[in-house]
Design a protein around this ligand. Sequence first.
Ligand SMILES: [Zn+2]
Length: 315
Amino acid sequence: MARPFASSADLGEKRQSLEVLAEGVYALTAEGDPNVGAIEGEDFLVCFEALATPVAAREWLARLREHTDKPIRYLVLSHYHAVRVLGASAFGAEVIVTHEKTRELIAERGEQDWASEYARMPRLFREPASIPGLTWPTATFSDRFTIDLGGTRGDLVLHHCGRGHTEGDLVAWLPRQRIMFAGDLVESQAALYTGDAFHRDWSSATLDRVAAFGAHTLVGGRGAVARGEEAVAAAIAQTRDFLAVMLREVGAAGSLEEAFRRTHRALAPQYGSWPIFEHCLPFNVSRLWDELHGVERPRIWTAERDREVWDQLQT
Ligand SMILES: [Zn+2]
């Protein structure tokens, strides 16, 4: 029997855990579903990531409101993927910040990505009719963007570390607390999605820059919070290893099908049981095959192309 498409048959609710990482610094993790966070300024809040729909986002905000009632001034979005951004309207943020490439990607492929991600993982789209449309940033930057948190709280600094999970990822860095929100550039005990990635940049210079911050606490895009320098290093190393194995196996293959079989065989013993591994792998291998054969920018995923690649590889 064929595998159900992507995560279309994954309907089990995940347990969400709100963790206070330092005074006024919050993370909500969800057993491998997308993570979100929030940082308190002196008289305002910065929220990190928006979830897939306003209804899903409002559930997160209700939990956050048990800790703080400050108004949300900034909503920071780590990259353009639908399950990270389409809940944005629930926040009522004064400013929505992304990297400048993220704005371009939303304009170029935001609609297609929405349809693609909805079909791949419908469970994350709580009441999809609540989405008012694409999310547009109101502030963008190329290298870094600093938010003064006010009082004696220090800064929250958004950095672009190079091409990685997408062309326009950012990380949010609290230098004083040495806490990083890394978006999907780092996963902690969750499989990587690399269907829109630049594997060679990501696995080398980009992760080098992420590691160089010396975070003591890291919230990845999915999976548990990495607490302590050892756990942070392990999450970054896991992300790098996953990419290195993909590069080695796809690079050695003579066809796309062989690339998928080789990569699956090499990754499954260590990563096969982690969230969304089977879901992601056909899309990951397809993109890396393109990248290694001269396709500079990721081709746009549409709901139709998703099915074609799935049927070709994940049988
Ligand atoms: Zn993503």
